[in-house]
Design a protein around this ligand. Structure first.
Ligand SMILES: Cc1cc2nc3c(=O)[nH]c(=O)nc-3n(C[C@H](O)[C@H](O)[C@H](O)COP(=O)(O)OP(=O)(O)OC[C@H]3O[C@@H](n4cnc5c(N)ncnc54)[C@H](O)[C@@H]3O)c2cc1C
Length: 469
C-alpha cells in the first residue's frame, strides 16, 4: 500500500525571518492538524543571523540589534506567544534622548523633534542645534504646498519641506543612520511613510505632528515603551524559538546553493545533499535569493539582485565611568555625514538598558561604514578600532584606554530601500505568487527591522500553507 508522505517545506536561512517562519508553520501545523515536515537550513554554525548576544565578565553585549520597535507589533506579539513577557525589558526612560555631533560638540536633539520635524515648538525654538535661519526654513513646512503622488528620496522630501539644515543635521544622521543609507537615494515612502501621509492629510508635517500631539499615524495607546529588549539580550528570542522547534528541524553548517523545479515539486541542492520538497521559503539576503532563483525566473533574478546592500561594523568598547569627562546624558549620539567622521552613531548601551555593564563601567557600541562611508570596512580590525577609540576619546573626553574592545562586521547585511523600492517589491511579489510552493521573506522587502522580519517570515508561512493545502 502506498504510504502518504507528509508535505515537506524547507526554510533557507536561520535568521529571525527564517525562525519566525518555522515557528509559525509549527503553530499552524498544530492548529490545523497538518501532516507537515519542516526543515530549516542555515549556512553558518549558529541561528539568529544578525542577532548575536555575548555575555562576558558581567557585561551583556549585543553585537547586532539591541532592541525592537513595538509600534510595529509583530516581534512583541511573537514574544508574548513564546511566553517571554516576563523577560522583556524597557529602555531606561530616565536616560531618554539623543544627541547630534555638530562641529565636534554633542548637542541634544530638542524634546519632541521626531526624526525630521519638531512636534513641540518651544524646545525647537530654544535649541542651538539649528540656526535661526534654519529654524525659520523648517517652519515654512506649515505653508509649503504638497507634492503630487510618486516616490522621492529622503533628501528631496526633507529639503523640500524643511530645508538643508534639517536634512544635514538631523534627518540624514538619524534616518540615514538607521538604514546605513545615502539619503539622496533612500525612498521616503518605503522607509518613513508616516511623514508622507501627514503631508498628504494635513498639508504640513509639523501641523500633522501638532494635531497628533507628537504621535505619528499608526501610534497606539502603548502599554509598552516604544523599544524593548530582553533581560538576557536579543538572543533570547532566537534561543526560545530554537527550543520550540522539534528536534531534527534545524540543519546548521549547510548551505543551499541550487534550486530547480519540476512541475509542482522543487529540488534543493545543498553542499551536502539533494532534497525534494513541496515548498520552500527563502529568507537569505535578496542577492542570494536572486542567485538561487536564476534558473527558475531570470526576471526575478534581475529584480532581486537590483536591491543594493550596504556593509557596516559594530565596535564595542568598555571604559570605567570615572575616566569619561562627558556627562553621557541620553542613549547616545548620531553623526552627520558633513562632520567627516568615521562614526555613524554611538549608542550608550549601559544607559539604554539596565544590566548591560557592571556598576561604575560604561559600554558603548559604535557603528561605522554604511552607504556613505564604505571604505572603512576595508580596513583591518585593529585599525578600525584605533580610529574609533581616538575619535570617541576626543568627543567624550575619555582619559584612558578601553577595558576591552570587540568588533563585529556586517558585510552586505543592510538592504537599501532606494526610490522605487515599493513598486519593485510589488513586482517581485507578483512574480513569486506565480510559482506555486515558493515564498521569499526577509528584511529586504517590507521593512528592515526585527518586527518586520518576524512579520515577513510569519506571512510567508501562512502563504505557503495556503498554496500547498
Ligand atoms: C548591526 C545591525 C544592527 C541592527 N540593529 C537593529 C535593531 O536594534 N533593531 C531592529 O529591529 N533591527 C536591527 N537591525 C536589523 C535586523 O537585525 C535585521 O533586519 C534582521 O535581523 C534580519 O533578519 P533576517 O533573518 O531577515 O536576515 P539575517 O539575519 O541576515 O539572516 C539570514 C540568514 O540566512 C543565512 N544564509 C545566507 N545564505 C544562505 C544559504 N545559501 N543557505 C542557508 N542559509 C543561508 C545567513 O547565514 C543568515 O543566518 C540591525 C541590523 C544590523 C546589521
Amino acid at each position: 500500500m502506498n504510504k502518504i508522505m507528509p508535505k515537506r517545506i524547507i526554510i533557507i536561512g536561520g535568521g529571525i525571518t527564517g525562525l519566525s517562519a518555522a515557528h509559525r508553520l509549527l503553530e499552524l501545523q498544530e492548529e490545523r492538524g497538518l501532516d507537515l515536515e519542516v526543515l530549516l537550513i542555515e549556512k553558518s554554525g549558529k541561528l539568529g543571523g544578525s542577532i548575536s548576544t555575548v555575555k562576558k565578565d558581567g557585561y551583556l553585549i549585543e553585537l547586532g540589534p539591541d532592541m525592537f520597535f513595538t509600534k510595529r507589533p509583530w516581534a512583541l506579539e511573537l514574544s508574548k506567544r513564546l511566553g517571554l513577557e516576563s523577560e522583556l525589558i524597557e529602555t531606561n526612560e530616565s536616560m531618554r534622548g539623543t544627541s547630534v555631533l555638530w562641529q565636534k560638540k554633542l548637542l541634544s536633539v530638542p524634546e519632541g523633534f521626531l526624526m525630521l520635524a519638531p512636534s513641540k515648538i518651544i524646545p525647537f525654538l530654544k535649541t542651538s542645534l539649528f540656526s535661526w535661519r534654519g529654524k525659520l526654513r523648517m517652519l515654512l513646512d506649515l505653508f509649503i504646498s504638497k507634492k503630487g503622488p510618486g516616490d522621492e528620496s529622503l533628501a528631496s522630501f526633507v529639503r523640500r519641506r524643511f530645508g538643508e539644515e534639517a536634512l544635514e543635521r538631523v534627518a540624514q544622521p538619524m534616518i540615514g543612520g538607521i538604514y546605513t543609507a545615502d539619503p539622496e537615494k533612500l525612498s521616503i515612502k518605503a522607509t518613513m511613510p508616516q511623514f508622507v501621509q501627514m503631508e498628504e492629510k494635513y498639508g504640513s508635517v509639523i501641523r500633522g505632528m501638532l494635531q497628533n500631539k507628537g504621535e505619528t499615524p499608526g501610534d497606539s495607546g502603548a502599554r509598552y515603551s516604544q523599544f524593548l529588549s530582553f533581560k538576557n539580550g536579543m538572543e533570547t528570542l532566537v534561543k526560545t524559538i530554537e527550543e520550540r522547534l522539534p528536534s531534527g528541524t534545524v540543519c546548521l553548517n549547510e548551505a543551499v546553493n541550487k534550486i530547480t523545479r519540476d512541475e509542482d515539486s522543487w529540488k534543493i541542492q545543498t553542499d551536502k545533499r539533494a532534497i525534494d520538497v513541496s515548498g520552500l521559503i527563502i529568507t537569505t539576503p535578496s542577492y542570494h535569493a536572486a542567485f538561487l532563483l536564476q534558473r527558475i525566473d531570470p526576471s526575478l533574478y534581475e529584480d532581486l539582485s537590483s536591491i543594493e546592500y550596504a556593509s557596516s561594523a559594530v565596535i564595542v568598547l568598555s571604559y570605567k565611568r570615572k575616566e569619561i569627562a562627558h556627562d553621557l546624558d541620553g542613549f547616545g549620539f548620531v553623526v552627520p555625514n558633513v562632520e567627516h567622521s568615521n562614526l555613524i552613531a554611538c549608542s550608550y548601551s549601559s544607559n539604554k538598558f539596565n544590566g548591560r555593564a557592571p556598576d561604575s563601567h560604561v559600554l558603548f557600541r559604535v557603528f561605522v561604514g554604511g552607504a556613505l562611508n564604505p571604505d572603512i570596512c576595508d580596513l583591518d580590525d585593529e585599525i578600525i578600532i584605533q580610529k574609533v577609540e581616538k575619535e570617541l576619546s576626543d568627543i567624550l573626553g575619555i582619559k584612558s584606554e578601553p577595558e576591552f574592545t570587540m568588533i563585529q562586521r556586517y558585510p552586505d547585511a543592510m538592504p537599501q530601500y532606494h526610490v522605487g523600492h515599493i513598486a519593485k517589491i510589488e513586482g517581485i511579489v507578483e512574480k513569486v505568487s506565480k510559482l506555486k510552493g515558493l515564498e521569499i521573506a526577509g528584511n529586504a522587502y517590507n521593512g528592515v527591522g526585527i518586527p518586520d522580519s518576524v512579520h515577513s517570515g510569519e506571512q510567508a508561512a501562512v502563504s505557503i500553507l495556503n498554496d500547498l493545502f
